[in-house]
Ligand binder design. Sequence first.
Ligand code: ARG
Length: 462
Amino acid sequence: MSKMWSGRFKQGAAKLLDEFNASLPFDKLLYKEDIEGSMAHATMLGAQGILTQEEARILCEGLAKVREEIEAGEFEFVIEDEDIHMAVEKRLTELVGDVGGKLHTARSRNDQVALDFRLYVLRSNRALIGHLDALIQTLLAIAKEHTQTLMPGMTHLQHAQPINFGFHLLAYMYMFKRDIERFEESYKRNNLLPLGCAALAGTPHLVDRQLTAKLLGFEGVTPNCLDTVSDRDFALEILFNIATMMMHISRLSEELILWSSSEFRFVTFSDEYSTGSSIMPQKKNPDVPELLRGKSGRVYGNLMGLLTVLKGLPLAYNKDMQEDKEGVFDSVQTATISLQILTAAMATLTINTDKMLSACKVGHLSATDLADYLVRSCNIPFREAHHITGRAVARAEEIGCDVSELSFKELVSIDGRIKEDVLGCLPLEASMNARSSEGGTATKRTLEQLSHMETWLKEREA
Ligand code: ARG
């Protein structure tokens, strides 16, 4: 079979080369983008008089037919066609005859692949934003129910101060909010048409790039052809955005794994999103968050892979760049299913508020409140207050109770300046609500954050 580029060759390509060189096995995923791009290109060529209107019409109809064949599973993908661009063009020419050969006027595969891939990345970007949105909505609904649910806030994975569970979930919601913002910023930056740059330097044909951009829904056109055909920043950006998002998902997953263990039991996964053991019949395993945590590894790998492919490339297109696609496809697919399953698992999660509360009674969570009381009400310097509180904690340990359970008699024997009103500061709920600085865990501040989040979600919808 002779290749589109075989004019200057005397011998056909080796079978091994065909297999090594081809991107068709994976870039066939871009058939939709390829055909849409070609339709817009043909329409522009017709409008500019580079082709006749009739020729442009025939090309567009032929392209629509090729798309139908692919979607009906009737299209025969053969490795000798090398990539999706040549596979589509070859079939188009079979269908419409010689005029098919005119489609590639004023175009190179270099700007064509840059277009197809960018369209794919932009669409994936949009879709991921939608999935992130659904996740935040789900977390919001849970958080609203738990603005008074006490749980131990931790540092170093040690009990630190009481917080409410809604506040904890809000921390993740703000991470996912930043993820959405990152995707949106990338979208804006990269929403420019690469087509019309041709091989590297532009084209002598009188193309109208603005028209092609409009037909495809781009904000504008890329400003420098040499940069455009060698630029894969848009792909790196989605890889980085996904990597960061998966890091957030992985951290939440880690907490879900801890929380669902017998030691914590803060949450219980629904049967639908739990798995069993093949040997231990009693087991219910958190495979979902474990896999989510594990999948962050592969998406980091995809980011590092593409950065490495690109780092030594001279301008402009080099075949190395064909290595750009599989990692991006993989990251997008991984991110998509990860967001979907996390949302579903969260929506069906049981929150064991009693377990959270009893965990709060371990670890002297209101010790800081006693120190804060000594500073505020007894005018004792914080360092000294810290020391006095340490003695109270030691006393509580001696008696075998929590610092919040010490009697006034015990407290006053530790420091005579302590008054009876200290007892109002030590209960867990009072401690949580005392952290009322802007952004704090106090229920009223948590409610503020929830309404901020809700407003932000609503404004994006509009
Ligand atoms: N299959 C190629 C890729 O994915 C398309 C561009 C090929 N361009 C070229 N000059 N060989 O990168």
